[in-house]
Design a protein around this ligand. Structure first.
Ligand code: SF4
Length: 231
């Protein structure tokens, strides 16, 4: 069943990132020393406040990599203090998350989405050009333990489609929702996902598929189709 998408405000706190994912920054332009050319906290809050006045009720903070910003907790706290938004989320690569989840939650963050395209450390390294797999996993666990609603996002393509089973297993183990971005020709009834007690709610090739995991109550969402990268 297609999930209804509510319009939300998406704010890139920085263009800079400590990863160099090959589908995003193929020229290796991921990391910059000089991060002074981003909007200040005050400028961001002014703009976000205006967007709140304009009717946005849900907001997601992203980048680049938003956790590069040392003032992220302050930004979140000030957005919360505006009292204009119903939900406040963060999209991150997770590598700098460990040690900050509790502070983010206390500042007012409701949910966190962590990009993870591999369940294997070496594949992760190949995709991101960064050897941070274990940091990301620890960050995900900590986010869940801190009470943040936590989702893993995976961009699934030719180079990592063999990671799907491991990612399902990882999501199940940590108790996170898993969202697969881009779709493949899935036949959930006929593959070994049943080994993990995943129950299919609907199955439409090229559309969104939601699969619910048993004991943990997590689920997988396949987003609307863009099969260009899969063939
Ligand atoms: S983590 Fe995200 S922003 Fe950073 S290089 Fe990878 S895809 Fe791009």
């Amino acid at each position: 069943m297609m999930q209804e998408r509510r319009p939300h405000l998406r704010v890139a706190l920085t263009p800079h990132c400590n990863f160099r994912c090959r589908y995003c920054r193929p020229g290796g332009e991921g990391y910059y020393e000089n991060i002074s050319d981003v909007l200040s906290k005050e400028e961001l809050i002014d703009i976000i406040s205006l967007c709140g006045d304009g009717g946005f009720r849900d907001i997601k903070l992203t980048g680049g990599e938003p956790l590069i910003r040392k003032d992220l907790e302050d930004i979140i706290s000030e957005i919360k203090g505006l009292n204009k938004f119903n939900s406040l989320g963060l999209v991150t690569n997770g590598s700098l998350l460990y040690g900050r989840s509790k502070g983010l939650k206390e500042a007012g963050l409701d949910s966190i989405t962590i990009s993870l395209d591999a369940a294997d450390r070496n594949v992760f390294l190949k995709i991101t050009n960064t050897d941070c797999f274990l940091n990301v996993i620890e960050g995900i666990k900590e986010a869940i333990n801190s009470g943040l609603k936590t989702r893993i996002n995976c961009v699934l393509g030719k180079s990592n489609r063999d990671q799907l089973e491991g990612l399902i297993k990882t999501a199940k183990e940590v108790g996170a929702e898993l969202k697969i971005i881009d779709v493949m020709n899935v036949n959930p009834e006929g593959n070994n996902w049943s080994n993990y007690s995943w129950n299919c709610c609907s199955s439409v090739y090229g559309k969104e598929i939601r699969i619910t995991c048993g004991p943990q109550g997590g689920h997988i969402v396949f987003s609307p189709a863009d099969t260009r990268y899969l063939h």
